[in-house]
Design a protein around this ligand. Structure first.
Ligand SMILES: Cc1cc2nc3c(=O)[nH]c(=O)nc-3n(C[C@H](O)[C@H](O)[C@H](O)COP(=O)(O)OP(=O)(O)OC[C@H]3O[C@@H](n4cnc5c(N)ncnc54)[C@H](O)[C@@H]3O)c2cc1C
Ligand SMILES: NC(=O)c1ccc[n+]([C@@H]2O[C@H](COP(=O)([O-])OP(=O)(O)OC[C@H]3O[C@@H](n4cnc5c(N)ncnc54)[C@H](O)[C@@H]3O)[C@@H](O)[C@H]2O)c1
Length: 468
């Protein structure tokens, strides 16, 4: 009766995984995607280019080798935009190829164009040649993602005043830069440009940055960034950004004016729902373009699902993929286990990187959960010394009464990989004793789990001594 069992709008992480899941369940599946955007924001302008850029910067600046070889160590003295973009373009190209191949070998049809609702089962696809193709589907997944917010008060020109998509196309590396917004995007790019030697000023209207993370780890990150000559302006709001001959001027509500070669505006993102004609399907979006869904990712029209950034927090590639898979399974009656949430890791690819899973000290204190802290510092690990990472740390939050792990927070080399050991231990419900008794490869950073676990149990034993 319908052309497809499942039609997915958007081929970012959420859309891709929804489509592949539908196809694996034997359903006729298609994805609609705009020209030149296969893989979504994640592959083309977001996750993959920014993480590849970071890797290129780490390699070419030699920043991670400086504890060993001295502050002046560089692999390449003059790093150009070309040096950086060559690696980025190479990885983007490969990733697009992987996605194209995965979709085609799973017989997911790709329809190129802009999708909009004609009714709740019908989509019009405006194709690049100007034609409109109309297709119908039993189930529809909206995975259209977001775009950077671009307020009128900022004179974006794509050259000196840019958003986080345009930053990838800079013609030369700026010697000074203002980053507006200390969200994850702002801080990741601030740290990358600071590592390249750009003098970075971060303006953030809140009192602190990354307020969902562990306070001690954010302090450690700020210390490292200040050491790279980053200036922070907290509790300051940007009123406007002006373009002048030879540079830019960022005007703050407090009256301060900050001159810089380049401004990157990274103060939030907007759901890409404007062009979808949602009303034709009986749907609405909020002021930030987000669509509301229930725990199964169904919108208010039950056969239409929404996943990924368009449904809001946490807006990560990692979660979007899993939401996509779950939405498709739900549509076709395939069971899924549990719900996404408590054990969702967060990885922030700053230089140095941050990662955590579970709860923070502040959250536990607020909830009156008694906990003990176990800390391991990389400078006391043989692997930390070998790598030349003296600032890294791993922190375990352990329930003071039953020994279960409540949170793991990591700062430094390998943080975003290491976190998964803690995530697995927490997911299996093991206690800190598992980490105390386990033998880890030596010398590794993973050993930090055992060191931190011993630290926590030593403190817990000290309390028990008093209690008899
Ligand atoms: C700079 C940056 C760095 C990031 N780093 C990380 C990271 O390190 N780790 C992490 O987990 N996440 C990261 N993210 C977030 C991650 O990229 C997003 O969470 C993820 O891309 C969201 O996936 P999605 O499926 O919602 O769709 P998106 O990736 O946003 O893709 C949506 C797609 O839908 C298409 N589309 C929109 N409207 C239509 C329409 N009407 N018709 C047809 N197609 C349409 C768009 O062209 C786009 O290709 C980063 C984001 C940015 C911007
Ligand atoms: N490693 C990762 O997982 C990763 C990396 C990058 C992005 N992302 C995702 O992308 C999404 C978008 O990130 P983002 O950083 O753009 O958005 P955000 O909304 O998280 O941060 C924007 C920041 O800008 C501040 N701000 C807003 N207006 C301001 C003004 N006029 N002056 C000064 N400060 C202002 C806000 O207070 C906020 O702290 C996030 O949800 C994030 O999870 C994830």
């Amino acid at each position: 009766m319908y052309d497809y069992d499942l039609l997915v709008i958007g081929s970012g992480p959420g859309g891709q995984k929804a489509a592949i899941a539908g196809a694996k369940l034997g359903r006729r599946t298609a994805v609609v995607e705009k020209r030149h955007m296969l893989g979504g924001v994640s592959i083309n302008t977001g996750t993959i280019p920014s993480k590849t850029l970071r890797e290129a910067i780490l390699y070419l600046t030699g920043i991670n080798q400086r504890e060993m070889y001295g502050a002046s160590y560089r692999l390449k003295n003059t790093i150009t935009v070309g040096d950086l973009s060559a690696r980025t373009q190479h990885v983007i190209g490969r990733e697009i190829d992987v996605i194209r191949s995965q979709l085609s070998r799973n017989r997911v049809e790709t329809l190129v164009g802009v999708a909009r609702f004609v009714d709740d089962h019908t989509i019009g696809v405006s194709e690049p040649d100007g034609g409109v193709r109309t297709v119908t589907a039993e189930h529809i997944v909206i995975a259209v993602g977001t775009r950077p917010a671009r307020p009128e008060s900022v004179a974006f020109d794509g050259r000196n005043i840019v958003d986080s998509d345009q930053i990838l196309a800079l013609e030369e590396l700026p010697s000074s830069m203002v980053v507006v917004g200390a969200g994850v995007i702002g801080i990741e790019y601030a740290s990358m440009f600071a590592a390249l030697g750009t003098k970075v000023t971060v303006v953030e209207r809140r009192e602190r940055m990354l307020d969902f993370c562990d306070v001690e780890i954010v302090e450690a990150l700020k210390y490292q960034l200040r050491d790279l000559a980053v200036t922070f302006r907290f509790r300051e709001s940007v009123s406007r950004v002006e373009r002048h001959d030879g540079g830019t001027l960022t005007v703050l509500a407090s009256g301060k004016r900050i001159p810089a070669d380049t401004v990157m505006y990274s103060a939030g993102r907007q759901g890409l729902t404007d062009d979808l004609d949602l009303a034709n399907a009986g749907l609405t979006a909020d002021a930030r373009g987000r669509i509301e869904v229930n725990d199964d990712y169904q919108t208010t029209v039950p056969h239409i699902y929404a996943v990924g950034d368009v449904i809001g927090f946490p807006a990560l590639a990692a979660t979007s993929m899993e939401q996509g898979r779950r939405a498709a399974y739900h549509a076709f009656g395939e069971p899924v286990r549990g719900s996404l949430g408590a054990l969702q890791p967060i990885g922030i690819y700053t230089i140095p990187e941050v990662s955590y899973v579970g709860r923070t000290e502040d959250e536990l204190t607020e909830a009156n959960v008694p906990f003990e802290v176990g800390i391991s510092r990389y400078r006391e690990l043989a692997r930390g010394a070998i790598l030349g990472d003296s600032y890294g740390m791993l922190k375990l939050l352990v329930h003071a009464e039953n020994g279960t792990l409540l949170g793991v927070h990591v700062f430094g080399t390998g943080a975003t990989e290491l976190i998964h050991i803690g995530q697995t231990v927490m997911g299996c419900g093991a206690t800190v004793d598992y980490l105390v008794d386990a033998v880890f490869n030596y010398p590794t950073l993973a050993e930090s789990y055992k060191v931190a676990a011993l630290d926590a149990v030593n403190k817990m034993r000290a309390v028990k001594r008093f209690l008899g």
